[in-house]
Write a protein that binds this ligand. Structure first.
Ligand code: ARG
Length: 465
């Protein structure tokens, strides 16, 4: 027999190759809950509008509920010959309730159906991602409060630059994550319009109520243009962009964990739970989870790039190319979810080596800027001159092989006679971080205040959520 759905026009079965390239059920089966929800909303609306009878609508809803539980409990028989989730569900509905199943597709097409299903799916994904990112922020904030005053080296060019606090460093990721969440929220806001009822591309001659189905599915309103409704996938692109940026943030943090836990650096230790050993080198503790977070970023960026390329040459309206929107996106969202959860776990797990951090913070003349600032503040030197004088003092200390605070006062005075003992008080790493009280700066009291403000904000959000 030729295809049930379009057998009127077709007499032959598709070739095996045709079926293989066309089939999407392995991917779009993941849309089953959304597909069934959308069909139930559509059937209820058709009945309310007098387009199908109340009895047919009741049977359709009952049949769809049966299918939902069949798929949920694994007893549903997905058929590749039926191509996709929409036709698998409709075909099974026919088996369950008979000819009334054929009325469900009135005033609808798979084009608006798939656009609706995938919007619902992406919306669910955004909500799950947001919750995971909030948990990540909570983990970071808890550690930031604990380490508001823990001094570590801050880097630029990966060279020791100025002392900062570990809490300050962790709060940087809380801020980044807040922007990531904002991007997901923006994407959600824009995607939350219903394509259902756009039908194939031109709308329908039936007196449907698109506002009703939009409302039933939690959309803010129906999409205003039927051609647009079935042919854009910008909501996937936008969400993938947010996912790609979030992944890049996680990847940078993962890279830092890899660096910090290297024995060469030794600033942080991860427990056995988040490291692996080597089959040959007994001493090894490899930060595999962090490395894989770093690597998963490739999948997310890849999915975004792939879909941009799929979409870029497509004329309106629906083109089958768009079927390729789902697999990469679903894999990317899965990879991001795993990466967020792994980073959250590692944040809670990691133990900074505070003595090593403090020692490293003072290495490389990291408080040189503090001395230059003292010269400006106390001797009213222009900063450029102070920079030059400090540079000469650093060179002298380096020649003697001592850190700045161990260079004799006389040696400093040989370079700048007006330097007093008071200058030595700014050279410790603790004094350095304590002095950075400008808004957003690394002073422990700033960091603690910021961390506590975040804690409050996240707790409030959790209560509202
Ligand atoms: N499996 C299809 C997709 O994901 C559903 C829509 C098919 N529409 C069509 N006109 N062939 O895009």
């Amino acid at each position: 027999m030729s295809n049930k759905m379009w057998g009127g026009r077709f007499t032959e079965r598709p070739d095996a190759i045709m079926e293989e390239i066309n089939v999407s059920i392995d991917v779009d089966r993941h849309l089953y809950a959304q597909d069934i929800a959308a069909s139930k909303a559509h059937a209820a609306m058709l009945s309310a509008q007098g387009i199908i009878t109340a009895n047919d609508a009741k049977n359709i809803a009952r049949g769809l509920d049966t299918i939902l539980s069949e798929i949920g409990n694994g007893s549903f028989d997905f058929k590749r010959a039926l191509e996709d989730i929409h036709m698998n569900v409709e075909s099974r509905l026919g088996e369950l309730i008979g000819p009334a199943a054929g009325r469900l597709h009135t005033a609808r097409s798979r084009n608006d159906q798939v656009a609706t299903d995938f919007r619902l799916y992406v919306r669910d994904t955004i909500d799950e991602t947001d919750a995971a990112l909030a948990a990540f922020q909570q983990a970071l904030v808890a550690r930031a409060i604990e380490h508001a005053g823990t001094v570590m080296p801050g880097f630029t060019h990966l060279q020791t630059a100025q002392p900062v606090t570990f809490g300050h460093h962790l709060l940087a990721y809380v801020e980044m994550t807040a922007r990531d969440r904002g991007r997901f929220a923006d994407a959600r806001n824009r995607l939350n319009e219903s394509p259902l009822g756009a039908a194939a591309l031109a709308g329908t001659s039936f007196p449907i109520d698109r506002a009703a189905t939009a409302k039933a599915l939690g959309f803010d309103r129906p999409m205003a243009n039927s051609l647009d409704a079935v042919s854009d996938r910008d909501f996937v692109l936008e969400t993938l962009s947010a996912a790609a940026i979030a992944s890049v943030h996680l990847s940078r943090f993962a890279e830092e964990i890899v660096i910090w836990t290297s024995p060469l650096v030794g600033l942080v230790r991860l427990s056995d739970k988040y490291t692996t050993g080597s089959s040959i080198m007994p001493q090894k503790r490899n930060p595999d989870a962090a490395e894989l977070v770093r690597a998963k970023t490739g999948r997310v960026i890849g999915a975004l790039t792939a879909l941009l390329i799929v979409m870029k040459g497509l004329p309106l309206a629906y083109q089958k190319d768009m079927q390729e929107d789902k697999q990469g996106a679903m894999e990317a969202f899965g990879a991001l979810s795993l990466a967020i959860r792994a980073m959250t776990a590692m944040v809670a797990d990691m133990v900074p080596d505070q003595a090593r951090m403090k020692a490293a913070a003072g290495e490389g003349y990291a408080t040189a800027t503090d001395l230059a600032d003292w010269l400006v503040r106390t001797l009213k030197m222009p900063f450029r001159d102070a920079h030059h004088v400090t540079g000469r003092i650093v060179a002298r200390a380096s020649k003697r092989g001592v850190p700045l605070h161990q260079l004799a006062l006389e040696e400093m005075q040989a370079i700048e006679p007006k330097i007093t003992r008071d200058a030595l008080s700014v050279l410790s790493v603790e004094a350095s971080v304590k002095s950075r009280t400008s808004y957003g700066g690394t002073a422990p009291k700033n960091v603690l205040a910021q961390a506590k403000a975040w804690l409050k904000r996240l707790e409030k959000e959790r209560k509202l959520g």
